[in-house]
Ligand binder design. Structure first.
Ligand SMILES: Cc1ncc(COP(=O)(O)O)c(C=O)c1O
Length: 372
């Protein structure tokens, strides 16, 4: 039997490689305790109120969810001060990113992003036969002027992650406003602020009001990070109504679960948990930066819930050695940053353990290389 002919545009694509699951590492290495610092999850868990709401919603498991996410939509609309019609919900921000290719990209079209950024932008574009044009990093962050230079008549969309994953860097509100002013109206700008709530710089963009002026911008957010709901898969976007109505045409009818909707709505009403998560992250960031400085290690400035550190050794080796000590991180060779590790900021206690383990790994490797 001959193989079914698939769309050739997916040939360059590779499956997403997620952070290694805790249970796999425990089993493979015979470890009792494993700390996952690989997927930028919330180390404080989930808001107790959100958990309670999700559990209560299991009563309705036999019924399809409300495809309109009405209760969540109304709560979020009130919180953000935008009309409910300007909101779009997705099975995580990932799904919203995947919609962009489906709505805007034809074979031969181009999109633009940074060389080192979130892999799902490329997936969204390549899946539809488009090409991603990459702009080299500037000081480990997005080079917004470099992106403007790459806009051509073929450009359909620009993807910005702010803070960026995996570098953690962020651009300012003034830089964003200047950039948006120069992007042609016919080019979509996706501003992905999945980690925005963690940003601690004074001039971090206030993107929501900018959407009033720039009707070609879609602002992408998630409940996976600071709200601690990664497993329930709820993301959302805000944009001008005509843009949102295009996305609604291709959105699967029941793409956000009953449990996800209930938990996200309750999580919105627990800003105490968000505040606690922010403070915990800030303390862990300060701790790591000080510890890395004492170890003589370079790190990238981060506004997110992870930090990227230059360990100066093969990251395959560092990754494996840290895993043996019970810490799962993201090795840079898989992210286009050889020599660097991306480490989720866990609790202070977790980071103390991680820093100790990293120190041991670097010492063991220094001794090993002296003995060669
Ligand atoms: C920059 C960025 N955007 C979007 C996402 C996807 O988030 P979600 O869990 O909502 O799909 C991630 C996940 O790590 C991310 O790093």
């Amino acid at each position: 039997m001959s193989a079914i002919e698939h769309r050739k545009s997916i040939d360059p694509m590779s499956p997403y490689v997620p952070g290694k699951p805790i249970d796999d590492v425990k089993r493979e290495l015979g470890l009792k305790e494993v700390i996952k610092l690989a997927s930028n999850e919330n180390p404080l868990g989930t808001s107790p109120k959100a958990k309670e709401a999700a559990i209560a919603s299991f009563e309705a498991t036999n019924l399809y969810p409300d495809g309109n996410c009405t209760a969540l939509r109304n709560s979020l609309s009130k919180r953000l001060g935008v009309k409910p019609e300007r909101l779009l919900f997705g099975c995580g921000a990932d799904e919203i990113i995947s919609f962009i290719g489906k709505v805007f990209v034809n074979p031969g079209d181009e999109c633009v992003t940074a060389k080192i950024t979130f892999s799902q932008y490329e997936a969204s574009v390549n899946a539809m036969g488009g090409t991603m044009v990459y702009v080299p990093m500037k000081n480990h962050g997005f080079d917004l002027d470099g992106i403007l230079e790459k806009i051509t008549p073929k450009t359909k969309a620009i993807f910005l992650a702010n803070p960026n994953n995996p570098t953690g860097t962020a651009f300012t509100g003034a830089e964003q406003a200047r950039f948006l002013e120069k992007v042609p109206e016919g080019v979509l700008v996706a501003i992905d602020e999945a980690y925005g709530e963690y940003a601690d710089m004074e001039d971090y963009p206030n993107t929501l009001p900018m959407l009033e002026k720039y009707k070609n911008v879609i602002w992408i957010k998630t409940f996976s990070k600071i709200y601690g709901l990664a497993s329930l898969r709820v993301g959302y976007a805000v944009a001008a109504e005509p843009l949102i109505s295009l996305f609604e045409k291709i959105r699967p009818p029941f793409n956000v679960t009953v449990q996800g909707q209930a938990a996200a709505r309750a999580a919105l009403h627990d800003q105490e948990f968000v505040k606690k998560s922010f403070e915990s992250n800030k303390a862990s960031k300060a701790y790591c930066q000080k510890a890395f400085a004492e170890m003589g290690l370079e790190w990238m400035p981060t506004e997110a819930n992870f930090i990227t550190v230059n360990v100066g050794i093969d990251t395959r080796i560092a990754f494996a050695a840290l895993m043996k000590k019970g810490y799962i991180v993201r090795p840079g060779h898989a992210l286009g940053m050889e020599g660097w590790l991306r480490v989720t900021l866990g609790t202070i206690h977790q980071m103390e353990g991680f820093v100790k383990a990293l120190g041991e790994v670097l010492e063991e490797n220094a001794i090993a290389s002296e003995n060669i």
